[in-house]
Design a protein around this ligand. Structure first.
Ligand code: SF4
Length: 470
């Protein structure tokens, strides 16, 4: 394909029967009404801008039906489509894309998403309408593929050429991550909602890619770890400011893990006087007082922390090397800095009993956290945990409904049934959020009407999705 500005490149988050998050190699389904930006497409928008005009359709955020989305795609008439898919949405995504390809036979179609990391060339064999699969949205391998003049092997890409498959291996880097500033103006910022946002509109950004830790259940642990140069991050933030963005969801998986660089980043944000408020994700064992104080000063109001389980033995078995005995103190430290805390919890690790699941739910209620996200352990694509679960015979390999929020457990031979596990999750959510002391505390900490409405809407939607079962 000739490199020309006349290329029309569509970045597509396809429509779906559920509010799928298909990005960052970790499929989920929205548990309430929130929906944030598909981060792969955000950073590909910057990368691919040198190859042509960028268009974005996020059919989930825009709530487009399949017909509406097809019509929009046909109107744009792109010659390249890069689309996201995921394990739980795979079947419906392939049906949708096949229908698009029938209408746009000339169009090159590139897929990306968690499901392909385990399915690889089989996905191309099974779906003849796909031209290529991309395994790392942070790299420039997609440009090498689009600009290629020979059938050379390109890392992180499997593609079809002259009826052959050219197979590039997954290769994730370390060190610096240079990526052009995303084409944020192509995204409809008002279509996205974030439960912790204090202001609107918000944007989801990355200041790094991957994670240096090795938790075996987490797909991000397999992606290497790269840091963006701070001036690049500031340039992106300046662009977002011009577009009217007030709030950020920093989706770095362990914000603060490189302390020196995080201090420098926060200083640069402060000096640029951009005045964003933000939420970030981190671990309890990387946040020290001086960093927390600086984060608060720079606009951080909420931290989401992967606490996962009350059972340290289970955590260490799965290479999450945090000490549960220190969790309470670490959270108190964050709260002391004036930052709210949300905890992620995982219920139903292999071999767990009903009592250990209930102990994790109880642990969550005892911690001084402001929000809790309970998720059923899920064998996510691309992880060592999934490989082990297959070897142990405790998951069906042809079960595609894997997603990290696991609204549908898929285990077999466990110490309780999937139905029981789901009920325990519902109970954990309801017991956490329906405590009178908790409700009162939440109301007292709300500062603006926007925050109140956001919390009310999301809380209501969360409880509807977690209705009491018999
Ligand atoms: S620290 Fe968090 S993001 Fe990193 S590997 Fe573990 S669970 Fe994944």
């Amino acid at each position: 394909m000739i490199h020309t500005k006349t290329n029309q490149i569509l970045l597509l988050n396809p429509p779906g029967s559920k509010m799928y998050f298909r990005d960052y190699y970790c499929a989920k389904v929205s548990k309430a009404k929130y929906y944030y930006h598909p981060i792969d497409l955000v950073y590909l928008s910057g990368r691919l801008a040198e190859f042509g005009n960028i268009f974005v359709i996020d059919a989930i955020a825009e709530k487009l039906s399949k017909n509406e989305c097809v019509n929009q795609v046909l109107n744009l008439n792109p010659n390249v489509i890069v689309f996201l898919s995921s394990a739980p949405s795979y079947a419906e995504d392939m049906t949708f894309i096949e229908a698009v390809k029938k209408e746009l036979n000339h169009c090159k179609i590139i897929a990306t998403g968690d499901v392909f990391r385990d399915f690889k060339e089989n996905a191309l064999t099974d779906n003849p309408f796909l031209n290529a699969i991309l395994f790392d949205f942070s790299s420039d391998d997609i440009l090498s593929y689009l600009k290629r003049t020979t059938n050379k092997i390109i890392p992180n890409i499997i593609y079809r050429s002259d009826n052959k498959l050219i197979i590039g291996k997954e290769k994730h880097g370390k060190g610096e991550w240079q990526v052009p500033t995303p084409q944020w103006e192509k995204f409809n910022l008002n279509a996205y909602h974030f439960p912790f946002a204090q202001r609107k509109p918000f944007a989801s950004i990355l200041t790094d890619f991957g994670c240096p830790y090795a938790c075996d259940f987490c797909p991000v642990s397999t992606l290497g770890f790269k840091l963006r140069p701070i001036p690049d991050v500031i340039e992106e933030l300046k662009k977002l400011k011009i577009l009217g963005v007030k709030e950020l969801y920093i989706r770095d998986q362990t914000f603060g893990v490189n302390k020196t660089r995080t201090h420098q980043l926060l200083d640069a944000m402060h000096e640029s006087d951009l005045k964003f408020s933000f939420t970030a994700l981190s671990r309890t064992d990387v946040l020290e007082d001086s960093l927390l104080i600086k984060m608060k000063k720079s606009g951080c109001h909420t931290l989401m922390i992967g606490i996962e389980s009350a059972n340290e033995e289970v955590l260490h078995k799965h290479k999450k090397t945090i000490k549960t005995s220190e969790t309470y103190q670490s959270i108190k430290q964050i709260k002391k800095a004036g930052i709210k805390v949300g905890g992620f919890f995982m219920l139903g690790f292999p071999g767990e009993t009903r009592d250990s699941v209930c102990a994790t739910a109880k642990f969550a209620r005892k911690l001084p956290i402001d929000y809790a996200s309970f998720n059923i352990v899920s064998p996510r694509f691309g992880t060592e945990f999934r490989k082990n679960a297959i070897e142990m015979g405790i998951i069906e390999t042809d079960h595609w409904e894997t997603e990290s929020s696991a609204s549908k457990p898929i285990w077999k031979n466990q110490k309780f049934t999937n139905e029981e596990l789901f009920k325990l999750k519902v109970k954990a959510v309801r017991k956490f959020y329906l405590r009178p002391s908790y409700i009162l505390q939440r109301i007292l900490t709300v500062r603006t009407w926007f925050e109140f409405k956001n919390l009310f809407d999301e809380g209501k939607a969360l409880l509807i999705k977690n209705k009491k079962t018999k």
